[in-house]
Design a protein around this ligand. Structure first.
Ligand code: MEV
Length: 415
């Protein structure tokens, strides 16, 4: 049976790790060869993605184990430069009872700004009277999206009283199916802008998607049982959560920890992490107060329940999700066929990451977990190679003296 519960993954050799992932995700030999090329983008591929390419910037790709989302075992690729993130998420998933997650329909919002309308109220009315025709026009020319069941769904209008006079803000709601949606939505907004100008008598200026995707959210929840993590830890995690819920300085870092996991998967799948970041922070402020994006409470059993809800505009088609060869393999490893499934896994990862950080912070602190890798890096900086790296790192950890001077002294003493 397929399982994400691979114990001591970190102790396995790179060949063993790749063999396990190959087996889990049924990767082909070519895909494994691709993964073995540490700078996986060749010049032509990179040059097609952005401008002025002169090199690539590789990031470590790790696999988070133990995740079970909606009853399905998943191995989750994380692209991140931060030590401890993959281990923390894997551990939180191991301690949890699995994740239940549900995404809404993938409806994004395109915004159109209308200025200089003589009568904005009348303008909105006229546009809404023509809603059906405008939606048909927005959809004309996007036959693939329509074929897959997506398309423009609704138009709303609102007057904004600004320092520069009244403006109209139109929202065009578009079901983007398995795309992130920016291209489809922006094109549709441009397609109807002349009509909006005629109907409102104003000028359409900005025509752009909003990353505050309040109609494309995902909720994930999990339970950490008191028998597994202990009642004392539950109380401490709840105190840590209350701190974040009542202090924006703490809420900001709390949410940063959530995004350690979310961004790592968003990047690994070639998605736009800036869009997801912007959406999350705006969503965290929806009440007018910046709040943690997760919630924790005890259920009647006394177990810890964690919940997360956030907008997650991620796609499986278009952009780097298709053109980046490793992103394509990562999507295959995740085994997702729909963008919603991907967002359900990503939200679960965010919750796990947050639980891991809170548990560590509220109990032993996070530095101990960081020390192992940190000590190894210091050993390398001091000139250790091969077996020396672990030896020097272990001695520094035992002596509780982790710095370059101490690493150099240990190396000298060993000569
Ligand atoms: C560090 O990258 C993330 C944490 O600061 C998150 C948190 O404080 O909850 C540990």
């Amino acid at each position: 049976m397929k399982t994400s519960k691979i114990s001591k993954f970190y102790e396995k050799s790179i060949e063993e790790r790749l063999a396990l992932i190959k087996d889990f995700a049924e990767l082909t030999d070519e895909e494994v060869t691709q993964l073995k090329q540490y700078s996986c983008l060749n010049f032509e591929q990179a040059d097609r993605m952005i401008e002025n390419v002169f090199s690539t910037f590789p990031t470590p790709l790790g696999i988070a184990t133990n995740f079970v989302v909606n009853g399905k075992e998943v191995l989750v690729p994380f692209a991140t430069e931060e030590p401890s993130v993959v281990a923390a998420a894997s551990n939180a998933a191991k301690l949890s009872s699995g994740f239940e997650a549900k995404a809404t329909e993938p409806v994004m919002i395109g915004q159109l700004q209308v200025v200089n309308s003589e009568n904005p109220e009348e303008g909105i009315k006229k546009v809404l009277e023509k809603e059906k025709e405008l939606l048909a026009k927005a959809n004309a020319g996007d036959s693939i999206l329509i074929k897959f069941g997506g398309g423009a769904r609704k138009i709303t209008g609102k007057i904004l009283e600004t320092k520069r006079g009244k403006m109209i803000r139109f929202h065009l709601l578009v079901d983007v199916r398995d795309a992130m949606g920016a291209n489809a939505v922006n094109t549709m907004c441009e397609r109807i802008s002349k009509d909006l100008e005629e109907l409102t008598g104003g000028e359409v200026r900005l025509r752009i998607i909003t990353n505050l995707a309040i109609n494309r959210t995902v909720k994930a929840t999990s339970i950490w049982k008191k028998e597994v993590i202990g009642e004392d830890t539950i109380e401490k995690v709840l105190d840590a959560y209350e701190f974040a819920a009542n202090d924006k300085f703490r809420a900001c870092t709390h949410n940063k920890g959530v995004m350690n996991g979310i961004d790592a998967v968003v990047i690994a799948t070639g998605n736009d992490f800036r869009a997801v970041e912007a959406g999350m922070h705006a969503f965290a402020s929806m009440t007018g107060k910046y709040l943690p994006i997760t919630k924790y409470y005890k259920n009647t059993n006394g177990d810890l329940v964690g919940e997360i809800e956030l907008p997650l505009a991620v796609g499986l088609v278009g952009g780097a999700t298709r053109t980046h060869p490793t992103a394509r393999i990562n999507i295959k490893i995740l085994g997702v066929k729909k963008a919603n499934e991907l967002s359900e896994i990503i939200a679960s990862v965010g919750l796990a990451q947050n639980f891991a950080a809170m548990r560590a912070l509220a109990t032993e602190g996070i530095q101990r977990g960081h020390m192992n890798l940190h000590a190894k890096n210091i050993a390398v900086q001091a000139g250790a190679t091969g077996k020396q790296i672990d030896e020097v790192a272990n001695q520094m950890i035992t002596e509780k003296n982790i710095n370059e001077t101490s690493a150099r002294e240990i190396l000298e003493a060993g000569k």
